[in-house]
Design a protein around this ligand. Sequence first.
Ligand code: UDP
Ligand code: MG
Length: 319
Amino acid sequence: MDPIFLTVVVPLYNEAAVLPLLVDRLRPVLDDLGRSYEVVAVDDGSTDTTAAVLSRFSRQWPQLRIVRLRANAGHQAAISAGLERSRGAWVVTIDADLQDPPETIREMIDAALRERVDVVYGVRTDRSSDTAFKRHTAAAFYRLVGGISGTNAPRDAGDFRLMSRATVDAVNTLPEANRVLRLVVPTLGFPSAEVGYRRAERAAGSSKYPLSKMLKLSIDSITGFSMAPLRLATWFGLGGFAIAVALLAYAIISKVVGNTTPGWTSTLLVVAGFGGLQLLCLGILGEYVGRVYLQQQQRPTYYVGYDSLLAPPPSDDAD
Ligand code: UDP
Ligand code: MG
């Protein structure tokens, strides 16, 4: 069999509505490359008809390979599953909802070959199609994570990215669970380039990134790259201790002077203030302890139900 030039990894979570549009746009681009390719569609435990629609398309599109995860493992884990199964000399990861234009894949490959780099980041030059909320939270995310983690991830680069085989192999050997690929890849130090693209509207369906998943991504990004919050907790602790000492001195002096009519406001403030601070610091500690705990279990972050390369998908006649 010919070596595969390009693997396209597409994570899909309940994307039945957008799938036909995706196939319509993606397939011509890939066919026109004039190179061998495979599409690894990672069905991230979808509960809609994504699995059935995928297997229907795979019958007319031999290059479409389906990897189904048994349960929803999340965007990053789904991409990881695709990367680990990819066979191409180059691998591009792209969202299913056509927010990342498939046509840009060609520009990415040209840039990689022309500039002789291993990684080409798709950088969003125009996010006007995203909601104001998404844009602001995303901007805050990149600023915060960039500042705290000290990573050199390009701003406004999501997971639309072309990587060489060497890069993908390096990513696949990383044992870290809950990794945030857009931050991990830049730290590997491969030469890289950027290609700008206009972030389009989601073509169909609705976002599969509720606030809870955005928060998880942010916390993983920070705790995965930085001890700064732990150090912050230490500074809080030191500051709190200094204030406590000062209050104690004040209390003793008041007692000596005989001026002991303290109001409950100050008491309440101190109790509530320190209580809040302690809970915050405990929470920060908990995030890191939790991360260590999850990591030492060495459990995979996803479980593969089937891979159409190895066995045909179960019959979808039922639906
Ligand atoms: N996705 C996934 N698993 C999830 C959530 C999302 O595989 O648990 C996929 C989703 O199908 C899409 C991509 O990740 O291909 C980006 O998700 P989405 O477009 O919903 O995120 P948004 O663009 O709203 O941030
Ligand atoms: Mg999207």
